[in-house]
Design a protein around this ligand. Structure first.
Ligand code: IPE
Ligand code: MG
Length: 222
């Protein structure tokens, strides 16, 4: 979800206004994904590198996250959205941690769509963490015996499908430490549209593009 700051700057408003506008659009996008049969939607909300932003911007982002969880609980229940946070949330303010836990617990049986919010997340962190967890779960076992599916079971996305479509808004063509393992065969969609302008019509365009891709997974066309 990139481009909130530039969206606000274009309007001579503080960056935080862009974040608020960006967050406000999420509900419709989640619903549109659910309606299209998407089973997992992962939003990159806050990277491990985002701590380097000015502290007032960081606290605005935390506040927006809390507000989102409070405001969206009802809609998530009504639409069968399961919330799942990917990342190390122990660094977040206690109020946010509690809100995350409560929302995850309250929505655990919803199964129309899983909304993963990657927060204090990094793809490299995910992989290192998975290796450590694998090793803790397999004491005395040599890593030579570890397979790709074994390790995948210890990633933050354990039990979920790999990424089919990665969308990055805001004009940059990079992955920026997002779900590195899981995007191995993802179709990559880069758009100049800034995140606050990325609406359900934009989403539909990305889906249409995705539908036109021939996915060979390293083999040849039939
Ligand atoms: C949102 O966009 C990304 C978040 C961390 C929420 P940016 O804040 O990166 O916006 P730009 O890139 O400065 O326009
Ligand atoms: Mg940015």
């Amino acid at each position: 979800m990139d481009g909130n700051g530039r969206w606000a700057k274009q309007r001579h408003m503080p960056r935080t206004v862009g974040h608020a506008k960006g967050a406000a659009g999420v509900r419709d996008l989640v619903k549109a994904c659910a309606d299209q049969g998407v089973r997992y939607l992962t939003l990159f909300a806050f990277s491990t590198e985002n701590w380097g932003r000015p502290s007032d911007e960081v606290s605005t982002l935390m506040g927006l996250f809390i507000q989102y969880l409070e405001k969206e609980m009802k809609a998530m229940q009504a639409e069968g959205v399961r919330l799942n946070v990917l990342g190390d949330i122990s660094a977040f303010p206690a109020e946010l941690q509690q809100r995350i836990e409560a929302t995850q617990n309250a929505t655990v049986h919803n199964h129309t769509i899983t909304l993963n919010v990657a927060a204090n997340y990094g793809g490299r962190w995910d992989i290192v963490n998975a290796v450590q967890r694998w090793s803790a779960a397999n004491p005395g076992v040599s890593a030579e015996n570890m397979t790709e599916p074994d390790l995948a079971q210890h990633l933050s996305t354990a039990g979920m499908l790999d990424v089919d479509l990665l969308i990055r808004t805001g004009g940059e063509s990079r992955i920026s430490n997002f779900l590195l393992w899981q995007v191995a065969y993802a179709e990559l969609y880069f758009t100049d549209v800034l995140w606050p302008d990325f609406d359900t019509l934009q989403l539909q365009q990305a889906f249409t593009w995705f539908a036109s891709r021939e996915r060979r997974f390293g083999t040849v066309a039939p």
